[in-house]
Design a protein around this ligand. Structure first.
Ligand code: GCW
Length: 711
């Protein structure tokens, strides 16, 4: 319960979730700042719920005798911190039995006699293990607890904030932010609400995230100076994140040597430019020794980049990578590069092709501390897109897959849209067909070669992969995300980055247990059932009432919220649907269209090329078809449009009705906020339904088979 109407919501760290741990006798064994954090967490939980916490002596006594444990219920032990207390020492045997290690972020959980033992490979592992115990609740202390070993599937689990330091006249304090102001910056300066930043770091660690960038990839003049004269503000944030194992990264402007350094050029091959980046980067590390590195949006949507100097993106990225390499940093270089001054009359230019056309030829040219950050789809975070072909095209490059937790195109945190199932589908996708690796394996750097896919030797110099990155969805809102249920997306993103194989349904359950712990609601079963009913399939519901069959966009061009079918049809942004009186969709085939299907490896190059084999949900992304075209599901395209739009709206009505059953069962502020948002979702879904149906009815002249009301 948050009690105080204005208090910041604890999200998935509701105090009540700490009861099972906090009511026990806990021994913490280990040393160092992250272990201190663990100790603080356990101490707080014990103070609240009557347990006891003790830290085992460190360094160990001179004779090196393992310290007697005394009576404890739980031991949280760092494996290499001196002789282990007895039950933990015996847990090492369990680890050996399983073979392999736990890595520095991993941990083993087991029962030894009557004690629950968490054995971590490194300090970060102890922290993640602690939050795992919280997640398990009482089950962690059950005599039947089966030994489990956990280590992250991806080493890099990052969030990008699109937060501006100065409030941008159009984009506001947070670009595509739907949860109020920034938690870091306000009106041109650091906000210094470090308690809030610490609470945020804690939430992120509990979800498994280990890196964030704190300013927008569109770097304005004020934001650029975070790298130099405002570095103190950045260092303060880094200091606050560090106790939770989160490394800070900065978005930088490629033009910084000119705008900040007073040089005549930012040419990546110029010696003075290289020296400027080397010096500037060293100064950053003097203030922030564990600084993560730079995030760069170059030659994209007006941001400066190497093209100005006739250089390639590899030249550009390598310039920064060279400055960061000796200091242990990486460059996240974004592949979101396309022509945003297109002519809608020109049907040969295809925005979907752009990232591949720009980057695939550069495979092998990037330094190993460059991570190419590729959006999951070829266009722009739509509710449905095919997986980007760039993801398979660069075996000699470290790739990170970029997602969008902030719901720019998925209802802007006014609509319930649980994205776990969407991301999971992408991560599990096999870009080379069933015999090849998955997207998650590519991000992990462990993809096995498909029939025509990677061969391992070319990846051998790369170490682990680039991991996952996502655009954050929090702000200074009381509920962090505007919509209390949008918190589940941030949680799910972290959990899937930790283990891309997790079932989104299981993740939702975890989130429900942590956010609405059974002891904190009047009817836990009803809460769980209702949240599953409302959230479980909400991504598909959103898809149903918005742009059909993968065609994308059709949003209001100003804010990207709400329907505007032709909003982008004659614009320069390259996001078209090509609807006419006979049909709809974009022909991206090799045979008659833009040739985009040729960017995929077999079998998808063939599947997408074929109008018969193309999956229904992506049909209009790849093909222009007549309204009477019959889908695999047996319906015509036009009838499918009508049916899904009526169905999607009705599902929102049902969501709204179901939520009302929770009145009086959960916290009033949460109840009210969600109820308000569902009213808006219903209004908006109705608008989508009627505009889309009316538009296509007017274009096609084909009536709804079921005679429902179309305007
Ligand atoms: O989705 C688009 C957004 C822009 C954003 C851009 C990007 C930060 O509309 O606001 O700019 O993507 O990813 O760089």
């Amino acid at each position: 319960m948050i009690g105080d109407e204005k208090a910041v919501h604890p999200a998935w760290l509701a105090p009540e979730a700490f009861r099972p741990l906090g009511s026990r006798r806990v021994l913490v064994h280990g040393d160092g700042p992250l272990v201190d954090t663990v100790l603080t967490e356990v101490t707080l939980a014990c103070a609240r719920f009557g347990g006891r916490v003790r830290r085992s002596a460190y360094p160990p006594p001179p004779e090196g005798d393992p310290e007697p444990t005394g009576a404890v219920d739980v031991v949280l032990a760092l494996r290499w911190a001196g002789p282990l207390p007895e039950p933990a020492a015996r847990a090492v045997a369990a680890l050996h039995e399983r073979g392999g290690g736990i890595g520095d972020e991993g941990f083993l959980l087991t029962r030894v006699d009557e004690v629950t033992v968490l054995l971590a490979g490194g300090p970060a592992g102890l922290l993640y293990g602690l939050f795992h115990l919280v997640r398990l609740g009482a089950a962690a202390y059950s005599p039947d607890l089966a030994t489990q070993r956990h280590r992250p599937g991806l080493r890099r689990r990052m969030l990008n904030h699109w937060d501006n330091v100065s409030c941008h006249p159009v984009m506001g304090q947070v670009e595509r932010g739907y949860a109020g102001g920034s938690i870091f910056w306000r009106h041109g300066a650091a906000r210094r609400d470090l308690a809030r930043v610490r609470a945020y770091a804690r939430l992120l660690a509990a979800a498994g995230i280990n890196a964030i960038s704190v300013n927008n990839v569109n770097v304005g003049p004020v934001e650029a100076r975070l790298l130099t004269d405002h570095l103190g503000d950045v260092a303060e944030i880094a200091d606050t994140l560090r106790p939770y194992g989160i490394r800070l990264h900065l978005s930088v402007s490629f033009a910084a040597p000119v705008t900040l350094g007073g040089l005549a050029t930012a040419d990546p091959l110029d010696e003075k430019v290289r020296a400027w980046w080397a010096t500037t980067t060293r100064q950053v590390y003097e203030r922030i020794p564990d600084f993560g590195g730079y995030v760069v949006k170059a030659d994209s949507e007006g941001q400066p980049g190497p093209f100005t100097y006739g250089r390639s993106h590899a030249d550009g990225a390598n310039l920064l990578a060279e400055a960061l390499a000796p200091l242990g940093g990486v460059v996240h270089w974004r592949a979101f590069v396309y022509n945003h001054h297109q002519d809608w009359r020109d049907r040969s230019t295809d925005r979907a092709r752009a990232a591949y056309d720009h980057f695939a030829p550069l495979d092998g040219d990037f330094r190993t501390n460059v991570i190419l950050q590729v959006k999951y789809g070829p266009i722009d975070f739509q509710a449905r897109e095919p997986v980007s072909p760039v993801i398979t095209a660069m075996p000699a490059t470290r790739l990170a897959v970029e997602f969008q937790v902030t719901q720019e195109y998925t209802g802007q945190q006014r609509h319930v849209c649980y994205l776990g199932p969407h991301w999971s589908e992408i991560l599990r996708f096999h870009p080379w067909g069933p015999d090849g690796g998955t997207v998650a394996e590519i991000a992990a750097g462990t993809a096995t070669p498909g029939p025509t896919g990677y061969t391992d030797p070319s990846r051998s110099g790369l170490g682990h992969g680039g991991g996952m990155v996502a655009v954050a969805n929090v702000g200074d809102d009381q509920f962090w995300c505007g919509h209390p249920l949008a918190q589940a997306n941030l949680y799910a993103y972290g959990r899937l980055a930790w283990d891309p194989g997790l079932e989104p349904r299981t993740v939702l359950d975890e989130w429900i247990d942590l956010t609405f712990p059974p002891g904190s609601t009047a009817d836990p079963d009803l809460v769980r059932e209702t949240l599953h009913e409302i959230m479980g399939d909400s991504w598909h519901t959103y898809e149903r009432y918005t742009a059909p069959l993968g065609v994308g966009f059709m949003v209001d061009p100003d804010g990207h919220y709400g329907p505007n079918v032709d909003g982008y049809e004659y614009s320069r942004w390259g996001t078209y649907h090509h609807a006419d009186r006979d049909g709809v969709g974009v022909d991206r085939t090799r045979a008659t269209g833009t040739g985009y299907t040729g960017q995929y490896p077999y079998p998808w190059s063939e599947v997408y090329e074929s109008v018969e084999r193309c999956p229904d949900e992506l049909l209009l992304f790849f093909h222009h078809v007549p309204y009477a075209h019959v889908l695999h599901n047996g319906s015509t395209v036009i009838q499918h449009i009508y049916d899904t739009h009526f169905a999607g709206f009705e599902q929102v009505e049902t969501m709204r009705r179901r939520w009302r059953r929770l009145r009086g069962t959960i916290d009033a502020p949460v109840f009210t906020r969600v109820a308000e948002r569902l009213d808006e979702q219903l209004r908006s879904a109705r608008e989508w339904r009627d505009q889309i149906n009316t538009y296509f009815y007017r274009k096609s002249g084909v009536p709804d088979e079921r005679g429902r009301r179309i305007y």
